[in-house]
Design a protein around this ligand. Sequence first.
Ligand code: SF4
Length: 318
Amino acid sequence: MSSALLNSNAVKAQAKRLGFVACGLAPAEPVAEPFAAHLRRWLSLGYCADMDYMRRNVDKRLDPRLLMPGVRTIVSLAMNFMPARFQPAISLYAQGKDYHDVLRERMFRLMADMGLEGRAFVDTAPVLERYWAWRSGVGVIAGPGGFISVPNCGPTVFLGELFLTEEADKYDSPLPAPPLGECLIAAKNTCQFNEIEALPQRGSGEGAFCPALTPEGLDARRCISYQTIEHRGPLPDGFRLHQTFYGCDRCLRATPGFAEAKPTEEPDFQPTDALLEMTPDDWFSLTVEQYRSLFKGSAVKRAKYEGLMRNIACWLRK
Ligand code: SF4
């Protein structure tokens, strides 16, 4: 490792040239206690459903130095995924190519361009992504879903982190956050959660517009995104899907800053014409071969063919 300090401005400038809408640097220290306590409480309530990987490596998730010994700097990066056009049955983030591949490739390029040593993480390791994006000033934590909203871009961003052994010449601070009340009012005015009315309601008061969203965080067991993407096996009794059958954008759309979201110029995040042209009848009769061709290199494959057809059947029943 060289003794020279990492030039933070140079890293940010190169990140911008590579298509990232925001980049911030934070020292690799343990996660601040209020956030750590929130994670522990969230896990103790069982809100991670059967995403068992969330229960593993909590110590590493809360201290990046345990995940990568020698790490001194965390570079948080955000890339806009807002597509110019979209297939309305599928969540906005999954219209194009799998973001894991797109971001990782771009992050490796950033490290190579800058001669950096370290590791690149995109949603695949015990890293509190939103915490590091907040801590490094990439965006504010906004809306009832706790998204990262990036100034002049909004919450339609993928996040990635570089863990580097170099110390930086300058670290960023969190941005001033808007009052929580504004987020809740925006959410209340824009959402009708008919899809999940059949599930037992949770929470009450101004912010209780989706039963999956609680004061202690998102209860994945009641969340459409979790049920339609991560969950294997039958959907819960009474589950209804009115809009999307893969993921759910309601709390994203309700996040302050969403109105600022402008379409990305990244071709990898745009849907194909074939995806845009799919109709309910086409979805009903989707074959395995069509599924493979339609979602080649797409994050939608996470649900597998069987999971997608389960969702489509529920969605068509309305
Ligand atoms: S993704 Fe949809 S179901 Fe899940 S918390 Fe957000 S609004 Fe509720």
